[in-house]
Design a protein around this ligand. Sequence first.
Ligand SMILES: *[C@@H]1O[C@H](CO)[C@@H](O)[C@H](O)[C@H]1NC(C)=O
Length: 486
Amino acid sequence: MLTFRCKIPRTTHRPLSHHLTTTTTTTTSPPPPQDAIAVLVLTTDPKTLTTTLEAHPVQWTPELVTGVFKRLWNHGPKALQFFDALDYHRAYAHSASAFDHAVDIAARLRRYHTVWALLARMRARRLGPTPKTFAIVAERYAAAGKPDRAVRIFLSMHHHGCSQDLKSFNTILDVLCKSKRVEKAYSLLKVFRGRFRADTISYNIIANGFCLINRTPRALEVLREMVERGLEPSLTTYNILLKGFFRTGQIKEGWDFFLQMKRRKCEIDVVTYTTVVHGFGVAGEVKRARKVFDEMIGMGVLPSVATYNALIQVLCKKDSVENAIVVFEEMLRKGYVPNSTTYNVVIRGLCHAGNMDEAMEYISRMKDDKCEPNVQTYNLLIRYHCDAGEIDKALEVFEKMGSGECLPNLDTYNVLISSMFVRKKSDDLLVAGKLLIEMVDRGFLPRKFTFNRVLNGLLLTGNQGFAKEILRLQSKCGRLPSQFRL
Ligand SMILES: *[C@@H]1O[C@H](CO)[C@@H](O)[C@H](O)[C@H]1NC(C)=O
């Protein structure tokens, strides 16, 4: 077992009063400018987009541009068109953060030529590329199954005018760990720990990486090594391990570890408590989860929104949605501001309990609360309708999203396409095919399985022509099944 040497200063807790002093406005304001611009981009021919944007009466600011990017996030090609069109604007020049967004989207679309061209443009304009830019690119390469490219990018940063340091080293370790390449990250740490003076954070990242793949014993080894090298574990270190135990269902080990943390006078924080509340809850130990939640308040550690979200989620899943709502209301009474995650957890619980009317009520409450429903909110409604066999209602929700209010994401398409096989109607398969084409158009890469399923469905229902079109698309995406040749 590790020795505990906690010397973390007690932090002062955030006052809640500011939530109570904000006045609520009841006037309905016009839609924010980024919504109108997003719709404009979605409906304008890219060839005339620059002219259209020049003529649009708005004061362009980096914040507005970021807002538009957020709206267009799930339509990558359109988002890049927007970036390019605005780049030609006579009176506006893109900020470094706009470049980072564009780089992120281009990398997600696997348009690597565009990525490198953007990096060159950033450098020419002396906007970067910054360590953040490289972190984005490396993360996308790792997520696309190219961890070696990610490492090479880190090692070549200085050729692009951005030198490596401990922080960027830790970032590449984290990128590798988050894409489950912890062994690669660990090797990299061993090679370069001297050069970059690897610190507690470096080791925490590796330990967390092992926990993410449920290898808690390896995480412990890494931390032992860290101590041997003279580095002090931090509270974060212990929180990582604690989470690791609960993740793998080692409730007893987790609890013992927590008790040991307390005994050794660690200044246990809100993250520690949230981990234990969530861990017990997921294991179905709702009473113990609640007890720890009550204890933290008694100990003078204020729960955060994350703690409430954890408890509410656990109650929805392992207890009852009614009890979850009691906690939700208590949270409001205490002056906390729930975010869309909180609302989504409650709405999902209500949907699960078959209480659709109340779920819809919470969606309007969400809007009144200036906490707009997000793509997860829409997805859970669609999933609910699909599970209930109400495919038309699911499609109705989907139509609403398409208007630009909240563009569908990969999950939306996957859920809807699967539901098109439920009714065994030939028309549904045509819809599935159209959805597949649309998702590729918007820069999502369907799985091979999805392609094959739609393809087979179309062939079985006598839609050979459409099937051929899908096959061509599949070939273009590089997801061709091995038995097919064009
Ligand atoms: C809501 O708050 C929690 C806790 O701070 C955070 O983890 C989560 O990402 C937030 N959700 C959204 C949609 O911002």
